[in-house]
Write a protein that binds this ligand. Structure first.
Ligand code: 5AD
Ligand code: SF4
Length: 449
């Protein structure tokens, strides 16, 4: 498609908000525009094409888009043929797409999550059109075969299932990402084999609920089957996956993680709330008792395992008692870390209509209390690692201190240590010397493998 090669001699920049699935979609967008001739720009002022890949899960990332677009307005004044495109989860909602079109006239293209394969044609239309081009069709064109331009040369995101069927009452994801579509096991194995051959050490399998993988496939492949197959791929050192859903995580899968050496000892298992009443209102499909039992099975089956979680505070109608029950689960489960958020009402979700009695100040106070408790637990757990040796995959030189190398343990903990130059992509053994709530300090014990 030579006529779509209009990026020659031009530069692009992609700004990504939100989760790892968005990070990966941005890698696909990057490859698509690179195939059109565009090269990466190092800052927005240098770019001829700016793409914002948006997130809709809470209000905060949505507000960020407006402030980013405000800034790019000025750029557009000085560079008339600059193309500004807005994609991702926020734009897949009709109201937001139309709002962006109306409010930010400098935007040339609004494209939803399903429009990724159509990006070249859409950009072509956008550069000729006076009006903003909008494509938010719910046309689930297959993603297989799209190119990827990965940010890392040793760590790769690999989506295994798109969309979500769970309809948690607070969550916008099923509306903006569509129903669950699993990739073929053969395509995933091929992709991971090629990554390993090309020197990638770690892959992270992505899905809103990886435990649903395969349920929509004709041969009924399960997530556990997929993990067992991937564990056999030579040259690969680590397999991660996220996110697990407590209602679908089976003891069989926990066994598979325990028995297959490449699969990292880490579960990201969102709790959301420790109150059965709130869990029911959230439509999560499990109780606190079931959740705590899962945590126990994980800890009994796998040595040195880490468990991280997501929590929502201030869900409509959450009482002090409900909140204390969440704190209770934190104390009992002893998570390695949590991502806690204040509930943010989302248009079109079931929870949007629920009555909310709590003030914002009260919610902020709860968030602070929860984060304080979690910080204490994290320091206690990390302190247990002092004096131990950990396998670390190095991500590169620390951004804040050029003398330090930064990497992650198999349990996904961040470790800083002094290193002889840049060890990016190397696997090293590090003796942990100091623990903090969010990271560990250590000393390298052996030369890298
Ligand atoms: N408000 C606050 N947090 C939310 N999350 C999802 N939807 C909302 C919302 N409406 C959180 C959940 C989820 C994480 C990705 O984002 O905790 O696990
Ligand atoms: Fe949202 Fe629930 Fe699906 Fe996660 S499982 S993406 S929280 S609806």
């Amino acid at each position: 498609m030579q006529h779509l090669h209009f990026g020659d001699g031009k530069k692009y920049m992609i700004q990504t908000l939100g989760c790892q699935m968005n990070d990966h979609d941005s890698e696909v967008m990057a490859a698509i525009v690179e195939n059109m001739g565009y090269l990466p720009a190092s800052e927005p002022g240098e770019a001829d094409l700016i793409i914002i890949n948006t997130c809709a899960v809470r209000k905060k990332p949505e507000d960020k888009v407006a402030s980013m677009l405000g800034k790019y307005n000025a750029l557009k004044d000085s560079k008339k043929d600059l193309i500004i495109a807005v994609g991702g989860c926020m734009t897949q909602q009709k109201n937001s797409a139309l709002y962006i079109k109306k409010r930010f006239k400098q935007v040339d293209l609004v494209f939803g999550t399903h429009a990724l394969p159509r990006l070249p044609e859409l950009l072509d239309r956008a550069r000729h059109n006076k009006e903003t081009v909008v494509d938010i069709e719910e046309n689930y064109s297959p993603r297989e075969g799209l190119p990827v331009s990965r940010l890392s040369i040793y760590q790769a995101w690999v989506p295994i299932i798109y969309g979500c069927n769970n309809y948690c009452s607070y969550c916008v994801v099923p509306y903006v990402r569509g129903y669950e579509r699993s990739r073929n096991i053969k395509d995933i194995i091929e992709e991971v084999t090629a990554l390993a051959k090309n020197g990638y050490k770690e892959i992270t399998l992505l899905g809103q609920n990886v435990n649903s993988y395969g349920q929509d496939l004709p041969d009924n492949t399960s997530f556990a089957d997929l993990l067992v197959e991937l564990n056999q791929i030579d040259d690969l050192a680590r397999i991660r996956f996220m996110t697990s859903h407590p209602k679908d995580l089976s003891p069989g899968l926990i066994d598979v993680v325990a028995q297959n050496e490449k699969i990292c000892e880490h579960f990201h298992l969102p709790l959301q709330s420790g109150s059965n009443r709130i869990l029911e209102m959230m439509n999560r499909g499990y109780t606190r008792e079931h959740y705590l039992e899962l945590v126990q099975v994980i800890k009994d089956s796998i040595q040195e395992v880490s468990i991280t979680s997501d929590i929502i505070v201030g869900f409509p109608g959450e009482t002090e008692t409900d909140f204390l029950e969440t704190l209770d689960v934190l104390t009992e489960a002893r998570f390695d870390s949590t991502f806690a958020f204040i509930y943010s009402p989302r248009k079109g979700t079931a929870a949007e209509k629920l009555k909310d009695n709590n003030s914002y100040e009260e919610k902020e106070k709860r968030l602070q209390t929860l984060n304080n408790l979690q910080q204490r637990i994290a320091i206690e757990l990390n302190n247990l690692l002092v004096g131990q040796s950990c396998e670390v995959l190095v991500e590169g030189t620390s951004k804040s201190n050029p003398d330090l190398q930064t990497g992650r343990t198999r349990t996904n903990k961040l470790v800083h240590f002094p290193g002889p130059g840049d060890l990016s992509g190397k696997i090293v053994q590090v003796l942990i010397t100091e623990a903090r709530a969010w990271n560990l300090l250590g000393e390298m014990r052996e030369e890298p493998q």
